[in-house]
Design a protein around this ligand. Sequence first.
Ligand code: ATP
Length: 269
Amino acid sequence: MNSTSPLLQVEDIHVIYDQVILGTRGVSLTVPEGQVVALLGANGAGKSSTLKAISGLIGAEGGQVVQGRIVYAGHAVDQVDAADLVERGLVQVLEGRHCFPHLDVEENLRVGAFVRRPSRGALQDGLERIYRYFPRLLERRRSPAGYLSGGEQQMLALGRALIAAPRLVLLDEPSMGLAPRIVAEIFEIIRRLNREEGVSFLLAEQNAAMALRYADQAHVLENGQVVTAGPARELADREDIRSFYLGVGAEGRRSFRAVRHYHGRRREA
Ligand code: ATP
């Protein structure tokens, strides 16, 4: 990979499920090394399909990439399976914070480390590193994961992905169902991991306000296509984005859902 090529390049990918249902209809995006890139859009816009196409998990969902190219760290990875990609430093944290509920926090973290078959010392270093970023996990290290709060489970899912020292983390809806204070705490940790360890992130979010505050770049998806993209700060200042995605338009609308509803009703009228 030369120094100017991005860490991840996705070109015109089309994802279909069960041979007919369209997941994406030509998504292109890049993640430069060391950046946080956000993928914004409403329910069903194609965010998860894009992430799973990249991580190699799409097949497990009955989906398939039927067109396009995915290049990671200078290599085409369209045909590479998920386990191989994890070994190459590309991991996905699935939506819904999947943890093993009967295993305790530390056991869950050890499972994450296992893919790299670390020595005992490396495993200990990895655990200490994760506990430094997530002190709540240290406090709860002997609790079964099933007893953790939603925010702690999201931290555990993230910690488990990070313990293998990845280069690129794909993160699906880290804010889902969490209180704003916890969401901010998680985004702060993501930013620190990015700045201090150089981990790159591609994160799918419906919470556009939070994602734009922390990301370097953003892409907005609608109906399986990128409808706009650019530096996160510029998007956050744009009138159309503010109106549609941040819910601060001239009419005083409060949420994207309300905007959609409002526009739908206007169309019906
Ligand atoms: P959400 O936040 O609801 O997950 P999203 O932006 O991540 O939304 P996707 O989950 O990628 O969107 O969905 C894109 C399209 O693909 C939708 O029409 C959805 O119904 C369809 N889809 C997603 N997963 C599957 C699946 N496993 N089988 C069939 N269709 C699917």
